[in-house]
Design a protein around this ligand. Structure first.
Ligand SMILES: C[S@@+](CC[C@H](N)C(=O)[O-])C[C@H]1O[C@@H](n2cnc3c(N)ncnc32)[C@H](O)[C@@H]1O
Length: 241
């Protein structure tokens, strides 16, 4: 959360604002893990060990500043917003995976998988899943945490260059992505074939052949947001949602 103080505000007001911000951040960072663990105990206890491994790996290795520590060569030529970090909460991801009705013959590809918790959640539920990520620290965390999940695989690659041909469904948390990355990602998905589906966060991916078939809502680390399930269709038809 970013707080910009009004420079004309009194020191007392600025102090109160800072205290409020600290309390909110602390509440937020305590509430979500408790919520996620309670949810997993009930819905998918197999995901608890990988989640614990993600958290223990990230102790002292902040994922929100990981992009600043990646090699300059990987950052060069990219829009600064493309590598902004954030995560979908596990309960929200679980509900969206349920709505997708995936099985052992599917392959979910998470485009920009971050620390890999969506890939691991799918794998823990018996759905083969693959994560593609550019930031090396996220990848190290994902590979470390998923060591005991044979259905979860990861690769360090650019989503605009990686092989996407085996996917049956995609996940794209591209809330902060530049318009150019969103447009090119949409084109890559469409090129993979008719009928394929993609979950796009915050807004639908822009392509005339990507039709929104369902919209769900759930929590992310940046607040409550919309999950657009889109499908590659032959021609564009007027959007109903
Ligand atoms: C908001 S995070 C999403 C993390 C996770 N998928 C989730 O939904 O919780 C978006 C991720 O996309 C990655 N990313 C952005 N551009 C990329 C690219 N061209 N190739 C691979 N990963 C990319 C970022 O590094 C970041 O980790």
């Amino acid at each position: 959360m970013l707080l910009r103080h009004d420079p004309s505000a009194s020191w007392l007001r600025r102090l109160m604002e800072t205290i409020f911000l600290r309390i909110t951040t602390l509440t937020y960072s305590l509430t979500f893990p408790i919520y996620e663990v309670a949810y997993l105990l009930w819905r998918c206890p197999e995901m608890l060990p990988p989640l614990w491994r993600i958290w223990s790996f990230s102790w002292g290795r902040n994922p929100y500043t990981a992009k600043a520590r990646m090699p300059k060569t990987l950052r060069e030529g990219r829009h600064p917003n493309d590598l902004v970090y954030g995560e979908v909460t596990i309960p929200a991801a679980y509900r969206v995976l349920q709505a997708l009705r995936l099985g052992p013959n599917d392959l979910l590809i998470d485009l920009g998988c971050g620390r890999g918790h969506l890939v691991m959640l799918a794998a823990a539920r018996g759905i083969p899943a693959h994560g593609i990520e550019l930031v090396p620290l996220h990848l190290r965390c994902a590979k470390h945490a998923a060591a005991y999940l044979p259905l979860a695989t990861f690769e360090q690659a650019d989503i605009l260059e990686a092989d996407l041909s085996k996917a049956t469904v995609f996940w794209a948390t591209g809330t902060c992505w530049s318009e150019e990355l969103r447009r090119k990602t949409a084109q890559r998905i469409v090129d993979c074939g008719l009928g394929l589906r993609v979950v796009s966060l915050s807004s639908p991916l822009p392509h005339p052949q990507l039709q929104t078939v369902q919209v769900l809502y759930g929590w992310t680390t940046w607040g409550r947001d919309a999950f657009f399930i889109q499908q590659v269709q032959e021609t564009s038809t007027p959007q109903e949602v």
